[in-house]
Every structure is written in C-alpha cells, then in structure tokens.
Design a binder for this molecule. Structure first.
Ligand SMILES: [Zn+2]
Ligand SMILES: [Zn+2]
Length: 402
C-alpha cells in the first residue's frame, strides 16, 4: 500500500501498530541520532487531534515549537505530509539545539524565537502556512464578508542580518513604518496590523470587484487575484469592455477600453461621453455603466457563456498568451473575432495589405471586406474619461473627507 510505504520511506523506523494505519510507534532519525516517538490518530481520524508522544530528548528539542506542530497538524492533508513536515521541523530545530548550524540556519532559528510570541498575539487561527524551512510565514485575514486575504513574509538572510520581506494580495501598496518593520521583534505583528487596516480601506473596492465577478461574464483575467484591478467582461455579443478600477475611489468612473467592431465601439463611446454626468457615485459600478451605456449587461443568470465567447477565426483557439480574441471584423454580417496578434500576422502576409502610420489596412480572412488594425505598441490602450467639472468637484470633496 503506497500510504504505508511513503510513511516508511520518510521514517523507516516508525512501525504501524494496527491494520488501520492510524497508530505508529518507533524511532525517528535526525542527524544520525534516533528519538523514540509514537503518533496516534483519534477514532474520528482527525489529524488535528492526533496524539504525539516522544522521549524527553525529543520533547526538549521541540519545546519551542508546540504551536507550530499543532498548526502543521491542522493544515496537513494527511499523515504522510505531516510526518514529512514534522521531520523537516525536527531537522532544523535539532541543528539549532546542537549549535552545529551554519550562520543562515542559526539566524533563522533565533529569528523564530522572536517570531513565535508575535504569532501567539496574532492568533494561530490566522496563521495559514509556515514553510518547512522556516523561511516564510503566510497569515490570513478574513474580512466581514468572509473574503480571505493573505500576507506572506519571507525572511531574507544577508550577512547575519535577517530581514523580513512582505508580499500581499492587496490592490494597494502596504506602507510600513521603516524603523519598526525592520526589527524582527515587531515586524510580523506590526505588518499584520497595517495589513488589516489596508483591507478595511479596500472594502468598497472588493465589493465592486465581487459585484462584477458575480454578475457579468468575465473574460479576463481567467482567475483574478484580490489584487487585480482590471476586468474585461461582456457587454453583448462581440462587444466587451475592460475596466481598471481605482482601489482608493472604486465608485468613480474607471479607466476603460472597449473591444468590438469599430461601429459598436464608437457608439458606446458616444453614449458614455453624452451621459457622463449621470454617473452617480452612490450607485454601484454596474448600475452606472448600464445607465450610461444604455444597455443591459448580460449576466450568468440570464445567458450562456457560449453566446459571448467565440474562438479566434485564425488560430481557432480561445486563449493566446492567456488573452481571448480582442478584435472583431467590422462587417455586420461577419463579425468574426480574432486575436490582435493573429490578425497582425495575417495582415502582414497579405500582399494587398498596406500600412499608413500605425494602421494596417487589409482584408478580413473570412468576408474579404476591408479591415483596419492598429500595429502593436501603437496607442490603442486605455482611455481616460474626460471628467467634467461636476465630477472633478466630487473627487476633491472625497479627498477632504478623509
Ligand atoms: Zn488567434
Ligand atoms: Zn469579416
């Protein structure tokens, strides 16, 4: 049985004590020393309630790591994974104990003594993961709407100094007071505190993004992280919009870019400019967009995804470099969709195509009608709304309120 074998492979001297393989007893080998131990799962089979017994030497080595072991028991997928992590933990802590560690390991060992009390304060239920070698810790914050947010701390070792490096899935940078976060004594707890504050600040932004994800057919990104400020979603057949939401002012008009036939795109731009003054920051982004563009945005509750997502007419694939087709033939009876890159390559091979400035004029591969395409790198990206005076005042007012 592979289950049994894997555990033996990692700890060959731990012998199963029953047929169910829920209890093991024997020795675990670390740095050529052997320690007696026993691990038993309760009747429920829950790993988090496993009972570990060990000899006094092992107990002594692991005395500082009780919480870490419990955390690993709670997170591990099965006994094999736990034993692998347990053994790594033991290797590291034993090296620290023996004093035979290199500078790097030693510093990590010492660092951990500073870090553990901070994790106690933060609460172990908020510790999502600690890697096997103690070089990184991931903490989780669950907000009031049960959204999960993560902050990862990696410890960089340079000439006896251990510096924490933080990464988060926030859409805004995390500003930490330098003096405090460079000191390991405070860094984890302090950074978590600032992280939680930043999450509070971004609640309206997360609401806006959740509203889009729930109520529209999102084309890109395929799997958005909490940090992602961009969404491209369907507005109708062969027409979509990509928006870039400002995390500080998520209810203001986002930067936008339309994808579709030239005719449809210019129609939407015209409506947007004409109705801009109707944008109401107290209403949701989707409500505003529908009002201003005078359309009803298709949602998963009233439509099928296949109605809006069609493969590229040239490569026949859906995604190219993770992007769906973003160029549509302007002829209303054709409206074939293409990847920009595929179309560019196609037009370049046509002897009849000609280029003027940054535009290539050619033919649609399907209907042979004239088709224009901007060369990559030319200005065909986001457009900024020409915000009128009314909205400008709104922004200033908001800043004063903060
Ligand atoms: Zn293609
Ligand atoms: Zn065509």
């Amino acid at each position: 049985m592979s289950y049994q074998n894997s555990l033996f492979g990692n700890c060959p001297l731990l012998i199963p004590q029953n047929d169910d393989l829920t209890c093991y007893e024997g020795f675990i080998t670390v740095q050529e020393d052997e320690f007696k131990m026993r691990i038993a799962l309760p009747e429920s089979g829950l790993l988090s309630q496993a009972k570990i017994e060990c000899d006094w030497k092992l107990k002594n080595i692991l005395s500082n790591y009780k919480q870490v072991i419990q955390q690993k028991l709670e997170k591990a997928a099965n006994l094999i994974q736990f034993m692998k992590e347990f053994k790594n933990l033991l290797e590291e802590s034993y090296k620290v104990k023996l004093g035979t560690t290199s500078g790097i390991d030693d510093a990590f060992g010492l660092s951990f003594k500073e870090i553990l009390p901070q994790l106690d304060d933060i609460g172990w239920e908020n510790v999502d993961n600690i890697d096997d070698l103690f070089t990184s810790i991931r903490l989780v914050k669950r907000d009031l709407k049960s959204r999960h947010h993560y902050i990862n701390t990696r410890f960089l070792q340079e000439e006896e100094i251990c510096t924490p490096v933080f990464t988060t899935d926030l859409p805004i940078p995390l500003h930490l007071p330098k003096a405090k976060y460079q000191s390991l004594k405070f860094s984890i707890k302090e950074s978590y505190h600032y992280f939680c504050e930043a999450i509070e600040l971004c609640q309206a932004f997360f609401d806006v993004m959740d509203e889009i994800d729930k109520n529209t057919w999102v084309l890109e990104p395929q799997k958005a992280s909490r940090a992602s400020k961009e969404r491209r979603f369907c507005l109708g057949k062969n027409i979509s919009v990509q928006i870039d939401v400002n995390p500080y002012y998520p209810s203001t008009i986002p930067q936008y870019r339309f994808f579709g036939t030239d005719h449809n795109v210019s129609l939407l731009k015209q409506k947007l400019n004409n109705n801009l003054q109707l944008w109401n920051e107290r209403k949701s982004l989707l409500t505003n967009l529908q009002k201003i563009l005078e359309i009803s945005i298709p949602s998963p509750t009233n439509s099928q995804k296949e109605e809006f997502i069609t493969p590229c007419g040239i490569c026949c694939g859906y995604r190219l470099n993770a992007t769906l087709p973003d160029k549509v033939c302007d002829y209303s009876l054709c409206e074939k969709q293409f990847h920009s890159l595929c179309l560019l390559e196609w037009l370049k091979t046509l002897p009849s195509s000609r280029t003027s400035f940054s535009v290539i004029h050619g033919q649609c591969p399907y209907c042979k009608k004239p088709l224009n395409h901007y060369k990559l790198g030319s200005n065909c990206g986001y457009e900024f709304c020409d915000v009128n005076g009314l909205l400008g005042i709104g922004m200033v007012y908001k800043i004063q309120q903060h």
